[in-house]
Design a protein. Structure first.
Length: 531
């Protein structure tokens, strides 16, 4: 090829010029798209699709599905219990009713496939918002990737098809809106008020937004006070200025709190949730309400983020960035008291932590030559960050494709056999359904899913059963001194528990009970002598 022919060729178009076309932006995947798809593959579609069933490790989704179907059929939110014989027709707050309706509709459309696919998409959206918020802040790409993946790993303890995944998505988007408003105030921040109305009926995590807004109001006032000249801080004008700066977010806090009253139960919902969260019994018996145990991989990832976050909070306070420091310290405190708040800490604070780490990186590498390793990494980050600031139609096309794909991805048709007595239940339906069965709370959820008309002793609604029935159930399963009296009180005709449960060992010794099935993990005992 001659120099003249080379000169005649038009210059190559840059990616920026290519993306000026609307169709190009719609059809060319961005780095944010690829991250979203990578999360789907990594968490759910790898290893033959085993991750789909992992979303069903908590059977609470069973009664959520059936409650949603009840609402769809009756066009009313239940106010009294539908499922138990231990507290028949007792007042019940189905306070996640909107999630129930979504799950019930998805289940009628596509069975458990629809439920787990929707959950996986929400988890991937949550994960993608983390890294996109960091890119929006201009955080170094490699730091953003490390912190976001640590955050995803730490949050994976709650990657289940349960209502709280709506909180992860909505809280991440809400905090992003607050961050943008603090940078450049806009009326868009008031969209948080109608968002709170929807959120309140999806999950009780709306309280997290109100807490973040309250901390933002306090932190903004402190920042304004500290920014005033030292000699005028104790003057009246400085104090008035601090109060005025807090009014925007203080008013927004009150508006969102008022919006949360728009639910089927009104202010009674807030009283119920408050009693639930303050219950000593809940904190002592429900694992996710207890302090974290730093043993599993996800908790070690949380520990790493927590330690870096505490250091980052100190740096933020030195620079008078009080709001973000409050976010970090408050949610670390909450997470150390209850492990269920660890994903909330990640959602609220991870981008601020990443931004602080990126500042350390910039300080350490500011003198690096462009041709050095650090210089090359910095240039790669600068060139790549715009790819996290747009999305295309590719993720939507993939989601629609997954919705249409049949059994080749091994969509779950039942709950995981490793965790639930699926085979034993299906083999002995005549001994179980329509009878009074003693089983665990999680397996009670599974019974409700299989046969919503089946009344159970207890299920996963710990806020409904409370300490009285809850302690009675624990004593019975563990064979405490009054176990037989409780067994007779409810006239149980079958007991389905794990083989090592004390109640199983006690019943084995009685002549009026016999073993109907025992697979080495679960055991079914039935009242009466063996035929």
């Amino acid at each position: 090829m001659t120099p003249q022919s080379l000169a005649a060729r038009p210059p190559a178009r840059s990616i920026e010029s290519v993306l000026e076309s609307r169709w190009a932006r719609l059809l060319i995947p961005s780095l944010a798209d690829l991250f979203f798809l990578a999360i789907l593959v990594w968490l759910f579609m790898s290893s033959g699709g085993a991750g789909w069933s992992g979303l069903l490790a908590d059977a609470d989704v069973g009664w959520h599905i059936r409650t949603g179907e009840y609402i769809l059929d009756h066009h009313a939110v239940p106010r009294h219990d539908l499922y138990s014989f231990s507290k028949p027709d007792a007042p019940w707050y189905a306070w996640e009713w909107l999630t129930d309706v979504i799950d019930g509709g998805l289940h009628r459309w596509a069975g458990l496939k629809g439920v787990v696919l929707a959950a996986a998409v929400l988890i991937a959206i949550f994960s993608t918002t983390l890294v996109c918020r960091m890119a929006w802040r201009g955080v170094h790409l490699f730091i953003a990737m490390v912190v976001s993946l640590l955050g995803v790993g730490a949050s994976s303890m709650h990657f289940l098809a349960r209502p709280h995944i709506y909180t992860l998505v909505l809280l991440s988007l809400s905090v992003w809106m607050i961050e943008a408003d603090r940078r450049k105030p806009s009326r868009r921040i008031w969209w948080l008020v109608p968002l709170t109305v929807v959120w309140t009926n999806l999950h009780g995590g709306f309280l997290g937004l109100i807490a973040v807004l309250g901390l933002t109001a306090v932190g903004t006032a402190v920042e304004t006070f500290l920014d005033a000249p030292a000699e005028s801080r104790l003057k009246f004008d400085a104090l008035v200025g601090a109060v005025r700066s807090a009014l925007r977010y203080g008013s927004l806090t009150l508006a969102c709190a008022a919006a949360s009253l728009v639910n089927p139960y009104g202010w009674n919902l807030h009283i119920h949730v408050g009693q639930y969260l303050r219950s000593d019994w809940i904190r002592s018996v429900i694992q996710e309400f207890q302090s974290p145990s730093f043993r599993g991989e996800n908790m070690l990832q949380f520990e790493a983020l927590m330690l870096v976050g505490l250091i980052a909070a100190g740096g933020l306070l030195r620079r008078r960035r009080v709001v973000e420091a409050l976010w970090i310290v408050f949610w670390i405190h909450m997470a150390l008291g209850s492990v269920r708040h660890a994903p909330v800490f990640v959602t609220v604070a991870a981008p601020a932590v990443a931004a602080e780490v990126a500042l350390w990186w910039t300080t350490a590498t500011q003198g690096a030559r462009k041709s050095s390793l650090f210089g090359i990494l910095n240039q790669m980050s600068t060139d790549s960050l715009p790819g996290f600031r747009r999305v295309s139609a590719i993720p939507l096309a993939v989601i629609l494709s997954l919705a249409l794909i049949g059994p080749s991805l091994r969509w779950p048709t039942d709950f995981p056999e490793e965790l639930f007595p699926t085979r034993m239940v299906h083999q002995h339906e005549d001994l179980l359904f329509g009878k009074r069965v003693l089983t665990t709370d999680q397996w009670g959820d599974y019974f409700i899913y299989l046969h919503p008309e089946q009344k159970v002793y207890v299920d996963g609604r710990s806020d409904f059963y409370g300490a009285e029935t809850g302690n009675e159930y624990i004593r019975l399963i563990n064979g405490h001194w009054d176990w037989y009296r409780t067994l007779e009180k409810y006239q149980f005709s079958a007991v389905l528990v794990q083989v090592e449960a004390p109640i199983a060992q006690l019943l084995k010794q009685r002549s009026d009970w016999h073993i109907a099935d025992d697979n080495g993990k679960q055991i079914l005992l039935v009242r009466g002598r063996a035929q």
